[in-house]
Design a binder for this molecule. Structure first.
Ligand SMILES: [Zn+2]
Length: 582
């Protein structure tokens, strides 16, 4: 048996201010057996290295020798002076020198991400222009959605007994920018609505044609799939799947309390119990009287959790926002015993991530204020359906998950966005289509905001929409979670780590450890090129499924971990070595 360990090397520098975020990407992708470091030591212990750092001459020599000796390297934006290792010749220019912007990444699906074949995604970061001398182009950067003017974006080259792969663009910065918006628009009312909101930071960034493509997630998945690919079928890298019980997607159901009454709360609870669905209600101070503080436990059992819905005024300074938000979160916690997820009333935002920092100080763990508004009726505003922590301008992580809201009744059904509002039947059809697409292709936590007050038949009648979505999810077996459940699952998933992982030609042995017990976490092994003979967890036979996900075949094992769990997979290799690796 041989051990499989991956080194993730990142170092912050002026050219790579968001180096820390590489770890966030790998954690969100759920990759196990990855060790993060800012040092390039003991290379011989690692099956693969992901690097995002400026290196010394000596370190480059060590990496070159490592690859020649059979090591697998994925380098994110190596300097043009080191292009030769990756089979590239610099053209002496950068991506930012080329007009027009924006640029698009197009992945060759037969080589990396099946299913996402014709989906181009934007590249809002810089890169270097090359021509390929030797090696395989896995993805290209083009100057239009249709694909004109292509430069290599991801390349893989065989070097000695190893493989050297490179991203020619800054993948990490691309994901940060797609998720958090344009730094230069922080605090700017770019859409002229009179209020600074998260959607302002995406004006002039987002290609509206791609609003239903989780672009940041696609970028991240090229990295996890590339790692699997360079490791090859003999070292299948396990990952923790994104969703509980191995579901292909989830729906996160929420709403805001704005001017709701006790009648509205009753209607909401009755719909939730009818469908067995869960929902997080964000409560303003004004509605504390409507939602009795003694009822939290009972509401929980009926599927409803509560979070603060703060409002610091329409144009607060950072100090005003800090004072108002912390006071309102404090009052919420006093009334309801806690509030770990949050959405701002009118989604007022401060700075690039200043509001996230304020929420972190208040003990909030997840924010859902990235929300549709002007010029953006619905969709993946931040290019993502996954929760990831914020990073600030200086490259420090903020311990608050950014989970975008994708569908909102007060935007989709109201004329706020300079496009015609939906009628209810179109809205139902489109929402179901996006859930179906999430399950089949994008694997996201599609998040809804449906306000109790808007559910009234004489307001927006959005209860009809809520029922249709819940009914669809129930019939398709798609979990509908509250934001709090979604947060809790992610917190626990993030605390699972691999203690050891060893592989032979006929067996995989993975030992996992969890800081806290975690239920229904799914481990996925890429197994294309093999057939699964047996799966055991802690010595007992375990059920499993082999699924087509992210354009590859994965063995998915769902398990509860109380402290430790040992998974043992028996494999039979399929003979034709050329069929792998995909
Ligand atoms: Zn509100």
């Amino acid at each position: 048996m041989g051990e499989v360990r991956v080194l993730a090397l990142s170092r912050r520098s002026s050219a790579r201010p968001f180096a820390e975020y590489l770890g966030e990407i790998l954690a969100a992708e759920g990759l196990l057996c990855v060790e993060r470091s800012d040092r390039l030591d003991d290379l011989e212990c690692y099956s693969a290295v992901v690097a995002y750092a400026e290196l010394s001459e000596g370190e480059w020599e060590a990496l070159k020798a490592y690859v020649e000796g059979g090591g697998r390297l994925v380098f994110i934006r190596p300097p043009p002076s080191r292009a030769e290792l990756f089979g590239l010749r610099p053209l002496g220019a950068r991506l930012s020198d080329v007009r027009p912007a924006p640029k698009y990444l197009r992945v060759d699906s037969s080589r990396l991400l099946g299913g996402l074949a014709d989906r181009a995604v934007q590249v809002p970061s810089d890169g270097d222009l090359y021509e390929v001398v030797d090696g395989e182009v896995v993805a290209r950067i083009s100057l239009s959605l249709r694909g004109e003017g292509a430069y290599p974006a991801i390349v893989v080259r065989r070097v000695g007994d190893g493989l050297a792969a490179a991203y020619t663009y800054d993948l990490v910065e691309a994901v940060v920018t797609l998720r958090q918006g344009r730094r230069e628009l922080a605090g700017v009312d770019a859409d002229g609505s009179g209020v600074v909101k998260p959607n302002d930071m995406f004006i002039g960034l987002l290609d509206p044609r791609l609003r239903w493509v989780p672009q940041a997630d696609v970028h991240m998945r090229t990295l996890s799939r590339l790692l699997e690919r360079v490791l090859g079928p003999s070292k299948p890298l396990p990952r923790l799947w994104y969703f509980p019980e191995g579901s292909e997607c989830v729906v996160v159901m929420t709403g805001d309390s704005d001017v709701m009454t006790e009648e509205d709360l009753k209607r909401l609870l009755s719909i939730l119990s009818e469908y067995g669905a869960h929902y997080t209600l964000y409560v303003r101070a004004e509605e504390h009287g409507v939602v009795p503080s003694g009822s939290v436990g009972e509401l929980r059992t009926r599927g409803l959790s509560l979070g603060p819905h703060t409002f610091p005024g329409f144009a607060p300074s950072p100090e005003e926002a800090r004072r108002a938000v912390s006071e309102q979160v404090r009052r919420h916690c006093e009334a309801y015993g806690g509030g770990l997820t949050h959405r701002g009333h009118c989604t007022v935002w401060v700075g690039w991530v200043e509001m996230a920092k304020i929420l972190e100080e208040c003990g909030v763990k997840m924010d859902l204020s990235y929300y549709p508004y002007r010029y953006f009726q619905c969709g993946y505003l931040n290019g993502s359906g996954l929760p990831m922590r914020f990073i600030d301008e200086r490259g420090e992580m903020v311990d608050v998950y950014e989970q975008s809201t994708h569908w909102a009744d007060d935007v989709a059904l109201v004329d706020k966005t300079f496009v015609d509002p939906y009628d209810l039947s179109e809205l139902i059809e489109d929402a179901v289509r996006t859930i179906e697409e999430s399950r089949r292709l994008y694997h996201t936590a599609l998040t809804f905001c449906i306000h109790p007050v808007n559910m009234r038949p004489d307001v927006l009648n959005s209860a009809v929409w809520l029922r249709a979505v819940l009914s669809y999810c129930r019939s398709e077996g798609i979990p509908v979670l509250s934001a709090d459940e979604w947060l809790e699952f992610n917190e626990r998933r993030r605390r699972v780590r691999a203690v050891s992982y060893s592989v032979s030609s006929s067996e995989l042995r993975l030992v996992l450890e969890a800081e806290e017990p975690v239920k229904g976490v799914a481990v996925a092994f890429p197994v294309r090129g093999s057939s699964v003979a047996s799966v055991a967890v802690d010595g007992g036979e375990a059920s499993y499924a082999v699924k087509e996900l992210l354009g590859s075949e994965y063995l998915v094992v769902v398990l509860d971990i109380s402290r430790r769990a040992a998974i043992r997979v028996g494999l039979r290799r399929l003979t034709d070595r050329r069929t792998a690796p995909h």
